[in-house]
Design a protein around this ligand. Sequence first.
Ligand code: C2E
Ligand code: CA
Ligand code: CA
Ligand code: CA
Length: 391
Amino acid sequence: LRQRRLKPGECIFTEGDRGDYAYIIDQGSVEIFTTLEDQLYVLSVLEPGAIFGELALVDGRTRSASARALTDTLLTLVTREQVDERIQSADPILRMLLFVVLGYLRMESTHFRRRNSPNFSIGLRERTDLLPRISQAVDLIRMESELQSAIRDGELKLVYQPILHLASNTVVGFEALTRWYSPSRGLVPPSIFMPLAECTSLIIPVGEWVVKTAFEAMRQMEQVTGNTPFISLNIANRQIEEPGLTDYLVNQAQCYGIPRQRIKLEILERTLMDSQLAPRWMEECRQLGFPLTLDDFGTGYSSLGYLNQYQFDTLKLDKSFVQELEDNASSRSICKAIIDLSHALGMTVVAEGIEQATQGELLADMGCSYGQGYFYAKPLSLGQAIEFLQE
Ligand code: C2E
Ligand code: CA
Ligand code: CA
Ligand code: CA
């Protein structure tokens, strides 16, 4: 805990300074003021418990006013990192609205100057950066309500990307990926609408729709081709947090007559870090017989500790490694090490994002058994997936 003690009259920060800290008043009192043509205007006097200086910390602009201690004062310092971390992990709509509100607060202090000094020329024009933020926030809110009706109106489609056994070039399974064809927006990528669904309870009906649709697709694949590929489903953090997903999976698997070992559940390393419920949920899946896949392995949070701690059936080697294989020797070494380690721990490896024949060959040489990527097939409609199985 970092604190700062001040004498009466001592300056805390001055208008125009870079804002590195916000402050909480523990003892004493603080005056926030601005000066215009040598004239001092008191904006507010703050007492213990109040926080100030947070504006500059959040929006990264310079201090819009000055602050000084009025009495003997004790302050607790809040760092930029403390605030950043929370903003980054906040709901995207809230984050957007926060910036809008902050913008208004800034605008008010600019107005104050304009009212009090005709010579002060900073105008609203300077705040045009606010407008895109406002429309982004409004648009996210609108998109969220559109997504609500998208499931009902059949605008969501599930596509299936083949996962192949590299040595024999045969399909062993499919990864289910969600698409949203919005009548007004066109194709919205899952990287946009999935996080949106996830920060509301919308992820639950979306997730259940994915399960049901994927199982129906598996039944058709089997009926038409006689093949029994596995399906890999992406599971979001929030789906683990809400109870009921495993029950739903068990019931639907039974209803469609699909053995649980053919239903693989993909979770991100991030989920392991963020969700306190993840360990218990994973143990439950393991006992129920759903194989678990660790997705996007190697992107940022990688910890070998996870591999030791949890029993994954499969590890997905992230496409960022795969795409550097040819011209980056250290990428090759890392891939090779991950593949060997996975095998030593009894896991299979799926390399994702294979776009060229040479990448697939290199991976197969390194002992990687499975892969997926545009080189073999893009995510396919059910009809295309069935054709692909029959080739
Ligand atoms: P992911 O799980 O890592 O899925 C792989 C992504 O890589 C997919 O993007 C896929 O279309 C793309 N991809 C496949 N092969 C290649 C390739 O050779 N090169 C390149 N550059 N990309 C390739 P997509 O479909 O846009 O999905 C993005 C992410 O959205 C997924 O990443 C997943 O995290 C999430 N997502 C998609 N559908 C669902 C879903 O139903 N539920 C959840 N929770 N998340 C989903
Ligand atoms: Ca995935
Ligand atoms: Ca992935
Ligand atoms: Ca990814």
